[in-house]
Structures are given as C-alpha cells and as structure tokens.
Design a protein around this ligand. Structure first.
Ligand SMILES: O=C(O)[C@@H](CO)OP(=O)(O)O
Length: 249
C-alpha cells in the first residue's frame, strides 16, 4: 500500500469542447455529455475504494460542477473544498473563442501544434478588453495585474500551479487525506509533467481525457509509485485521450 492517494480529474465535456473552440479561462459550462461523464466517474471511484476526503478545484465552473457531480455520486458532496486560480486551464490568449479546425487551416499544422502543445511557446496575448478576456473578471480582482495572464504557455501554467501543489495539495496528502483535484486538460498536463518528471519534449504528446479519474499513488517523497499513474478505466481513457490529441482534424 502506498502512503498517499491523489486523484486527478479533468472536467467533463464542456460546451466549447463540444463546439471545438479554444477555451482557456472562458467560463463555459458542461454539456449534458459532460455531466454524464462526471456522473460516470463516481462508481469508478467507489469500486476502487477511493473516497476523497478533500477536493481542490479551479475557479472555473466546468471543473467546479464536475467535482460536485462526481462527489454527489459517492455521497461525498460534503467534504471540504478549496479553489484556486492556480488550477485554472491554461490561458489561451488570442486563441480563446477561436475554432480549432479553422485555426489549423489558417495557420497550418506546425504553428497550430506549437500553440496547442509546445512547452514554452504561448499564443499571442489577448487584449485586456477583448470579448473573451478575463482581465477585469471580479474573481481575479485580488491578483496583482502583472500576475493576471493574457496568454500562457504550458511552462507558465507549471510555474503558477507548483506553489499550489506544494502549499495546498501536498499538505493535505501528508495528513493522509485522499485528495481529488478537479481541473483542466492543460493544468493537469503541467501537474503530471511535474509528478512524472517528464521532459519538455515528452509532455508534447501527453493528452488528458475529460471525466476520467487518474489515480496517482505517491511515495514519501510525493513521487509516483507507478509513472503515469493509473486511469481507473484505462481503455476508455486511452480512446478519449486520442480524441483530444486529434482535435481540429
Ligand atoms: O481549449 C482549451 O482550453 C483546451 C482544453 O479544452 O484545449 P486543448 O486541448 O486544445 O489545449
């Protein structure tokens, strides 16, 4: 038995996942399919005997609602919750609200993939007052303006997520709590990169599917017992990750 259990859960399908639009910090809701995915995660946790004691989410409703629906399904809707902008999806800059297929056609495969999956190349920044900007969103009002992103590469996401990992999630794990983190495709890619010690090149090929619980059993040093963790439904997760990889095509 490993000492520490961490469950990573990307939100269920969102309205903009369904429409194939770059989303980032835009606060779109789940689709009915996304709600069903969140419900389906519950029995997987129950069957594995994984009952979260505490949940951490981003400030975005697709992650917040996914956590609520999943936890409700295992009668754990009452556990303590903490939320942080540090778990938010990657800010997608000027791509927020843009169609993935149209972006691929307009800019070509190389640029498209560089923006989507490269480690350190961010999309162009989004003007503060653009339609899909969150710069003046009240939920980020406590953040100094220079911290509020207008675009992010995965490297920036890792940089802002790690303080939360060390200062909020690890302390919960150290107390022996089973921790659920409900977050996003790219904030979870950053966390997985850190946990698995992935190279900048390897993380390019990492895709996290929606609504599939990913269990990391961690040792005393908060390192995975098994690299890559373990999806509770590995076959479904593999197919769904492939679909994420192929978005835009
Ligand atoms: O649009 C987004 O914010 C993300 C996740 O949905 O997309 P991608 O997988 O292309 O990084």
């Amino acid at each position: 038995m490993s000492p520490y259990s961490l469950i990573l859960l990307r939100h269920g399908e969102s309205q903009w996942n369904q429409k194939n639009l770059f989303t980032g910090w835009v606060d779109v809701d789940l689709t009915e399919k996304g709600e069903a995915e969140a419900r389906a995660a519950a029995p997987l946790l129950a069957e594995a005997g994984l009952l979260p004691d505490v949940v951490h989410t981003s400030l975005l409703r697709r992650a917040i609602r996914t956590a609520q629906i999943t936890l409700d399904g295992i009668d754990r809707h009452w556990i303590p919750v903490r939320r942080s902008w540090r778990l938010n999806e990657r800010h997608y800059g000027a791509l927020q609200g843009k169609d993935k297929k149209a972006t691929l056609e307009e800019y070509g495969e190389e640029q498209f993939m560089q923006w989507r999956r490269s480690y350190d190349v961010p999309p162009p920044p989004l003007p503060k007052d653009a339609e899909y900007s969150q710069f003046y969103d009240v939920r980020y009002a406590d953040l100094p303006p220079e911290v509020r992103p207008r675009t992010e590469a995965l490297a920036n996401v890792l940089h802002r997520a790690l303080p939360y990992w060390y200062d909020a999630i690890v302390p919960d794990l150290r107390l022996g709590r089973t921790v659920l983190v409900a977050a996003h495709g790219n904030s979870l890619r950053a966390l997985v990169k850190h946990l698995d010690g992935m190279s900048e090149e390897a993380v390019v090929g990492l895709n996290i599917p929606t609504g599939m619980p990913l269990l990391y059993e961690l040792d005393e040093n908060m390192r995975p017992i098994t690299t890559g963790g373990r999806y509770l439904d590995p076959e479904a997760a593999r197919a769904a990750a492939e679909a994420v990889a192929n978005q835009g095509r």
